[in-house]
Design a protein around this ligand. Sequence first.
Ligand code: NZQ
Ligand code: ZN
Length: 393
Amino acid sequence: MENFQYYAPTKVVFGKGTENKAGQLVKEQNCRKVLIHYGSGSVKRSGLLDRIFASLDEEGISYISLGGVVPNPRLSLVYEGIDLCRREGVDFILAVGGGSVIDSAKAIGYGVENEGDVWDFYERKRQACGCLPIGVVLTIAAAGSEMSDSSVITNENGWLKRGYNSSYCRPKFAVMNPELTMTLPKYQTASGCVDIMMHTMERYFNHCDNMELTDGISEHLLRTVMKNAKILMDEPQCYKARAEVMWAGSLSHNGLMACGNDGGDWACHQLEHELGGMFDVAHGAGLAAVWGSWARYVCDALPDRFEQFAVNVMGVENGDDKNAVIQKGIEAMENFFRQIEMPTDLGGLNIEVSEDQMKELALKCSHFGKRTIGCVKKLNQEDIYRIYQKAAD
Ligand code: NZQ
Ligand code: ZN
């Protein structure tokens, strides 16, 4: 078991009708002016945005709004948001949406609180010294950004998708009403479920002597998400399943699943980030498309863990042939992805990736040959290329 710090300062307000408390929650933050940040229209169509405006009006809070965030949120809108916040004296950002909106809000928050180009943080050129406080009204269970220390932004100049982590951006509060996720297209619900699972799986696969408690919570979380994801494919209006998945999304990525391990592998996330940057795929779907290829490429470096995963998570019967158990576990996970209509290869993402593009993905993912990714097996540019190639077969 490794030493660890667990810091999850976000106040969670969970359940039906909780979005109506947004005004009250913002008021507790003692801010002068709020930026309400949102996406490409779903919150307008559902009437949620109007309810949020009304809740802030009721508390007499002064606010402006900026919409237009797209999945794989763009740096250009972040720059626009930074200028707007500076001009208007904004000192609090309320993100109404999913991971993309929250991440864009976090990036704007960094930009306002720090001099210079905010992209420097995402390029790891320097560290942020602060971030405007962020609040969240969550509309999709997926990225876990509502409690995480992470923000992922895509720079249109070169189509580079990069993440930056610091505790400054952890939201002050997160309003989570599972009912708000009932308007999601099936594909987004499924993609979100994969992302939630991957945030736990990325941490689960590591070389440490892990904590039994963390393993147990992780394995149960994975089984819970799989069970409820399948329910939601047939019954998208099932509140109970929506609620289980939504809470799993936050716990999966707020640091709890890393307690006692070394922080995890994260190779699949790095592999997906390049796909998201270049081909604009949904994050969870991109993860599902590369996971099987990654797992087969690295499993011989961590056989005991892959065996434990197969038995405890995927319900494979234990046997003498460890490798057979491991392979069955990987296949079972891919079968689950298929059951919820998620891809298990690049073809399933409906994108054509040429040989040259695979090389470009590997080059970018290895930061132009300057880094390896993952800890189960450290993967260099050549390994990364091979995994993309396997995923394209
Ligand atoms: O933009 P709108 O119109 O709102 O539509 C969105 C978007 O098209 C739609 N949507 C959201 N809530 C809805 C809804 N449609 C109908 N009803 C609702 N209630 O869903 C689409 C996807 O939204 P997005 O915010 O992109 O989804 P998600 O939460 O999966 O976020 C993905 C982004 O988060 C990053 C990903 O890389 C990706 O860029 N991640 C952020 C992390 C973090 N900050 O901690 C960790 C993750 O690993 C991930 O990398
Ligand atoms: Zn993710």
